[in-house]
Design a protein around this ligand. Structure first.
Ligand code: TYM
Length: 426
């Protein structure tokens, strides 16, 4: 029986295709050792099959360095159905994509499948990570996993290019602090090489680096538990990997970046660095084999590109680095300007009334808050689309008062009858 007919029998939708995008390929290996194991792993995490032995999960499972493998999921899934496989290790990163291909053994074709269906098929065949003795072991390849716990190496950066804002704090720093408490390996850095894209005055940049370090410490970043460094102190390594990555990045992808489009419109002569900026970012992350990157929503696209580049690198040169995940806050991923609910609050905004700076005095903050734009409707409601300014202020209250896990309705009820004036006082 082939996998395609197994899927047909189980009623899962799929197509058999002859041309497929290898980047979406999931390879299957039947590992004979200890317990017969089926390993399903995304192509970019593969490297050479032997390199799988470097993965801690396999060493502990097989307890020996000898693996024999058979390429081809047809054999894999059908072996599962014949109960010849006792456990399945499933690479979680396959769920990052909309469609996957399972290569069919011996033939130049693949089964095109929705990744969630693969999970369902396995559960249907009796492999279920929810049961007491899980036979399905979800695993983040490249991330060290032990049972349910996933360990992460965290990295993130901030440009020392202006006064730090409440947007930096709520969109990123607050999460950096959370990660420090949760994970053992935390790296944060001052992205001074990135700041060169705006051609700063050197003395000014030096001052800002110092000021940013002091502000981060004042925000409560615990430097006993995290490393804080200046990107340019290891600039050679960042730049070198950046160069290798630039050879793997189609130029067109850089032109699609919203930040590049916005920023380049404001400059008369567009420096090449502004365009290649996300490549250096990708190098900042991959150089340290980091797995988790706490950032605000404005960096989402850059992180997506970083993941693509890392996949391409692993695919071309063999597995060397994990595909990192962005960690973006659920509430206030994008803090908006106080004067314009469409614009993000940004260090580089010329209108200083739109931003709360972390070094503003309390009087200054309350003055800016009082003048913050709202609308004529006195009832306060979360409504991102139609009432962005009110939603921004309500969300700030929600996070800063530590009530971010409460439903929006509880916050709305708190301000019942108090109007925008009441909200601004808080
Ligand atoms: P930067 O300096 O613009 O911002 C630092 C962090 O603050 C977040 N942020 C916001 N979040 C929500 N709302 C806002 N209004 C807001 N403004 C800023 C940013 O998302 C960011 O997380 N390219 C990066 C620096 C960098 C980097 C990296 C980050 C360089 N290399 C590698 C992560 C990993 C930047 O310009 O951040």
């Amino acid at each position: 029986m082939s996998d395609a007919s197994l899927l047909r029998e189980k009623g899962y939708s799929h197509n058999v295709v002859h041309e497929f995008d290898r980047r979406n390929l999931v390879r299957g290996f039947v590992l004979k050792g200890g317990k017969p194991t089926l390993l399903l792993i995304a192509e970019e995490n593969l490297g050479s099959p032997e390199s799988l032995l470097d993965l801690p999960v396999l060493e502990s499972l097989l307890g020996s360095s000898s693996i024999t493998y058979e390429d081809g999921v047809v054999d894999g899934l059908s072996l599962v159905s014949q109960s010849k496989v006792e456990q399945v290790i499933l690479d979680e990163s396959v769920f990052d994509r909309e469609c996957i291909y399972l290569k069919t053994a011996g033939r130049n074709s693949a089964v095109e499948l929705n990744p969630e269906d693969l999970r369902k098929v396995l559960a249907d065949l009796g492999f279920d990570s929810e049961s007491d003795r899980p036979k399905l072991i979800p695993y983040d390849f490249g991330y060290a996993a032990a049972g349910e716990m996933t360990r992460h190496r965290v990295i993130s950066g901030i440009q020392p290019s202006g006064d730090m804002t409440l947007g930096n704090y709520l969109g990123a720093i607050i999460n950096w602090k959370k990660q420090i408490e949760q994970y053992d390996e935390n790296f944060f850095f001052l992205a001074d090489l990135h700041s060169l894209t705006v051609l700063p005055d050197p003395a000014d940049l030096r001052d800002r680096i110092r000021q940013t370090v002091m502000t981060l410490v004042a925000c409560g970043l615990d430097l006993d538990k995290a490393v804080l460094f200046r990107q340019s102190d290891l600039g050679g390594y960042h730049a070198q990997l950046g160069w290798i990555f630039s050879c793997l990045t189609p130029e067109g992808r850089l032109e699609q970046m919203t930040q590049f489009k916005d920023k380049s419109q404001k400059q008369q002569v567009v420096g090449t660095g502004l365009k290649t900026y996300p490549i250096l970012m990708a190098a900042d992350i991959a150089l340290y084999q980091a797995t988790l990157v706490p950032v605000g929503d404005d960096q989402r696209q850059h992180l997506e590109l970083c993941r693509e580049i890392v996949r391409r690198f692993n695919h071309r040169y063999g597995y060397a680095m994990p595909v990192p995940k962005a960690d973006i806050p659920k509430v206030l991923a994008r803090v908006k300007s106080l004067t314009d609910g469409i614009k993000k609050m940004s260090k580089s905004d010329e209108n200083r009334d739109g931003c709360v700076y972390l070094l503003d005095s309390p009087d200054e903050i309350s003055r800016k808050m009082k003048r913050a734009k709202t609308d004529s409707d006195p009832t306060l409601r979360f409504d991102e689309e139609n009432r962005p300014e009110v939603t921004n202020l309500l969300s700030m209250f929600k996070v800063l008062s530590g009530r971010d896990s409460e439903p929006d309705a509880a916050i709305e009820a708190h301000f019942e009858g108090k109007g925008a004036g009441g909200l601004k006082k808080n």
